[in-house]
Design a protein around this ligand. Structure first.
Ligand SMILES: [Zn+2]
Length: 339
């Protein structure tokens, strides 16, 4: 927990040591559990990290990128320190959501099923099976976040310090599936990422080769079912893509790719459309914005604690190991704090 708390603050061992007034080798020994901490020392470290000292005594599992239940999308050349800080932030968000919800008897209408591709022949079949199990109406998915929350998934949307990570999901044994979205990215990209992460949680128990392509195929079919979208993709060009974007709430790029994957346009036409997108500068910043989906489950859990249990904000801050100012900033203000 010392490591996690330190990384969540973006500090190196040396920086923490300097702030506490000890050597970095002592911090290293503590973090590697080679040295017991006195209560006084723990208080000093907690205070340097601006967390209540309780946090350092938690015994919560921590997951790293690439561990079996931790998926992420598009992580390019992010500096190690920034990566660790985001990873620590996600772990803390997950642990806090668990602490907030564990006191409640939550009951969800749906569940996120486990379905192996081998049993369903293709990721597309799995996507159709999940839509059927959830009794989703045909056509576009209006609000994907709402469906995932109805299935007990916890979704947290925040602005990360970098646009190099779209979304992260983790589903530890015995916990709720947890998703984190980076709101620096446009809503349609995040919807695709969220569907991609859902695909991982449904189809993949352990990391396997080909899982990224499978998750992408799942996401494409889940958000743009072939049977319903194919006829609308005919004659695909930028005007059609821009017109379909607010209907299907997927990016123009994804719609153009879908047209190729469903063989409505040729590879050559696809390439030409991508070139046109890029000439207009639309591969980075597309026209026709759609609003971000707003998760509501965590807010609802907090509301229940306040209204039904008469917990004050500082009780809740205590419950999740934060001092009240940070609790307010992260959970009870409308602003989205930068990770
Ligand atoms: Zn992935």
């Amino acid at each position: 927990m010392v490591t996690l708390a330190r990384e969540s603050r973006g500090m190196t061992m040396g920086e923490l040591a300097a702030k506490v007034g000890v050597t970095s080798s002592l911090i290293s020994k503590i973090e590697h559990a080679n040295r017991e901490m006195s209560e006084e020392r723990a208080k000093g470290i907690a205070s340097a990290l601006d967390y209540p000292v309780d946090v350092l005594t938690w015994r919560e599992p921590v997951y790293g990128f690439g561990s079996s239940s931790f998926y992420h999308r598009k992580q390019q050349s992010l500096p190690q320190k920034a990566l660790k800080q985001i990873q620590a932030f996600v772990n803390f968000q997950r642990i806090r959501a668990k602490r907030l919800s564990s006191a409640l008897d939550l009951d969800f209408a749906l569940t996120i099923p486990s379905m192996l591709v081998e049993d369903y022949k293709s990721p597309e079949e799995v996507a159709r099976a999940v839509r059927a199990a959830w009794r989703m109406p045909i056509g576009p998915v209006q609000n994907l976040t709402e469906w995932i929350e109805a299935a007990g998934g916890i979704v947290v949307a925040r602005e990360f310090s970098s646009a190099k990570i779209n979304a992260i999901s983790v589903w530890p044994p015995g916990e709720s599936p947890f998703f984190m979205l980076n709101t620096l990215l446009p809503a349609c990209n995040l919807r695709f990422s969220l569907a991609h992460e859902l695909g991982h949680l449904v189809m993949h128990d352990v990391p396997e080769p080909g899982q990224e392509e499978e998750a992408d195929r799942f996401a494409a079919e889940f958000l743009m079912p072939s049977r319903e979208i194919k006829s609308q993709l005919r004659g695909m060009n930028l005007t059609i893509a821009a017109r379909l974007k607010p209907v299907w709430r997927t990016s123009m790029g994804a719609l153009i790719r879908r047209a190729r994957d469903l063989e409505v346009i040729t590879d050559r036409q696809h390439t030409s459309l991508r070139v046109q997108l890029s000439q207009k500068g639309w591969t980075k910043d597309e026209p026709v914005q759609i609003p971000h989906e707003k998760p509501t489950l965590v807010d609802e859990i907090i509301r229940v604690h306040h209204v039904d249990h008469a917990y004050s904000s500082s009780d809740l801050a205590d419950m999740v190991g934060l001092y009240p100012p940070e609790w307010f900033e992260l959970y009870e203000s409308r602003g989205l704090r930068v990770v």
